[in-house]
Write a protein that binds this ligand. Structure first.
Ligand SMILES: [Zn+2]
Ligand SMILES: [Zn+2]
Length: 266
């Protein structure tokens, strides 16, 4: 089987299980064409300490991905999934990539900060906060740090009506991802979470069909990832995401590396 997934967590983030080698072994069994380990990065100030690895876990992470690489019979990459905030730019660029050699960064926008407080994106539904999320994600994409934008439609778990403003937000995010040459990820983890009630009926919080149809129409580079938090999920989510895409009339790419998408004007 020909499946890739470049979005994978490990026990080090404190809310997933398994070591990188466990994911590799599961992926070998399932027929993998390319795998990336992208655990939630640590933050130098200890932000989100309960659900992220600590800075002191980095040496262990490095040795675990090294062991995993030796068992991988397919292209294998390692990096981190990171939130965006300007104060972390140098931490990501100079330390995670520059110094310890992370091969790629995934942009995962889970929190939006307003007046010093963090709000969990899938639970935000206030129309007045939509612009903040769009602004943050566009700046994050423009940083040039990331090659993959994880679950770019995660905010639609909270914004459940496709109003003109919500559609404009989708468009702005999609256009930024295209302009910054970043992969957009259809995320399979969202498909095993509880569905959300919307005026048009029950649907996944994410992925959201309208969003992906807009992205495909605009010519975005689309990949499918599992966002696995347990070894048995290593490729199943990516397969679910692919089925979802095809049902929406979209054929996602199957890149064999984590490099930025090659520019392919359509
Ligand atoms: Zn996670
Ligand atoms: Zn993730």
């Amino acid at each position: 089987m020909n499946t890739t997934s470049y979005h994978t967590h490990t026990r080090l983030c404190r809310h997933a299980s398994g070591n990188p080698v466990d994911y590799v072994r599961a992926a070998v069994r399932e027929g993998c064409a390319g795998l990336g380990i992208s655990d939630h990065c640590p933050y130098p100030d200890g932000t989100w300490a309960g659900s992220r690895m600590a800075v002191s876990d980095i040496p262990e992470y490095l040795s675990l991905v090294k062991v995993a690489r030796e068992e991988a019979s397919f292209p294998f990459f390692w990096g981190f999934e990171c939130e965006w905030a300007p104060e972390y730019d140098s931490w990501y660029r100079d330390y995670l990539v520059g110094e310890i050699g992370a091969q790629y960064l995934v942009y995962g926008a889970h929190w939006v900060r307003i007046d010093g407080n963090f709000h969990y994106v899938p639970e935000v539904s206030d129309p007045g906060m939509l612009g903040r999320y769009v602004d943050m994600t566009v700046k994050g994409l423009s940083s040039g740090l990331y090659s993959i934008f994880a679950h770019p439609d995660i905010f639609l778990a909270g914004y459940t009506s496709m109003t003109a403003d919500v559609r404009a937000a989708c468009r702005d995010i999609i256009e930024a991802a295209i302009a910054c040459n970043v992969w957009m990820e259809v995320n399979g983890l969202g498909m095993i979470k509880d569905k959300v009630q919307t005026p048009a009926g029950l649907r996944y919080g994410y992925p959201v069909r309208e969003f992906w149809q807009m992205a495909a129409e605009a010519g975005a580079a689309i990949m499918c990832n599992s966002d696995a938090h347990a070894p048995e999920q290593v490729l199943s989510g990516a397969r679910l995401a692919r089925d979802f895409s095809r049902q929406a009339g979209i054929e996602p790419s199957l890149p064999l590396s984590v490099e930025r998408p090659s520019r392919n004007p359509r």
